[in-house]
Design a protein around this ligand. Sequence first.
Ligand code: XIL
Length: 371
Amino acid sequence: MSLSRRQFAATPLALGLGGLSPLMSAALAQDGAAPSLGGAFAAARMPFGAAVTPMQLADPKLAAHIAHHFRILVAENAMKPMHISPREGEYTFAGGDAIADFAAKHRMPLRGHTLVWHQQAARWMFKDGEADVSRAKLIARMERYIADVVGHFKGRVFAWDVVNEAIVYDEPEHAADANGFRLSPWRTIIGPEFIEIAFRAAAKADPDALLFYNDYETQNPKKAAAIVQLVKDLKARGVKIDGVGHQMHCARIQPSLADVEAAIDAVASTGVIQHVTELDFAINDRVQGTAVTAVTPELLADQAERYRSLMDLLLRKRMVSATLVWGISDAHSWLNGWPKPRVEAPLMFDRQLAPKPAYHALMDVARKYSA
Ligand code: XIL
């Protein structure tokens, strides 16, 4: 895809985000399908997409749903190190390639998620036989992995989440250093400079890709400040960082919109691009809540208003240049099983792929901002 970085930052629509007018895309809707959500957001100049899996794309009904409603994609799991590199020197690119092919066929930009994370990592990287790997060897493995993987998807992935979830605040269960850096194997074995090393390797492997730092609860004021500091430090050291991804896993009573707005403003002050990368709204009170026993109309109405007010904020501010939801329907959400099996319905399509109140609220807000 020949999309320049500048184009994406400035005019998302110029990105080949369908290139279809909303009217044309509505005309292309399958019989009986609800109008395209991604089409409505394209008219509001907000690329809108979803996390998908290769299995979904292989199912004609789900593939049609994805092609119709979404305009930008990310692999929910298929491009994570655990799946791409089960053993040293071995790569399994089939899943990622299937998603890249689908994205190219439907002219959807593809985000790459993720290169360096403490979860779903390629565990072999941290070990040398029974012992912990040395710092030098882990750096070499990380650099090699990034060169190979970013190189493989070069020209097909326009933005990479280079480092995911490296900062921790207000989570006593997760250890962090004095600067808020999570004590992951990356941080512990390499030191805090693992982030800089990862970004440098990614820039070398694909100088045209947008390079992101991605994290959850970015609206936590301490975490937002730490992310801003990280971006500034990297820039001061001449490291290429283009964007910050706000995962935006939300729930019935979190987060506060004022905190979200403050975090977006703070990140904007550094001059980087921002994406909302993993949006969902749990109907439980908290992202990890388990109290809900039934999906009620009241909960769905409340959820719709939360989607509406968040997207209204994003469209009003115009500081976030793409929004992706984490899953294609309630049947496909990770929140059904995390942190344990529970009653959830966090997306805008129900288990039969039918539009929920959240879909209608999102369509309303997209129309409000369509000029
Ligand atoms: C989740 C996937 O949705 C699950 O299928 C998988 O079992 C675990 O990872 N933050 C991230 C995503 O950055 O990669 C996670 O995705 C959800 C939280």
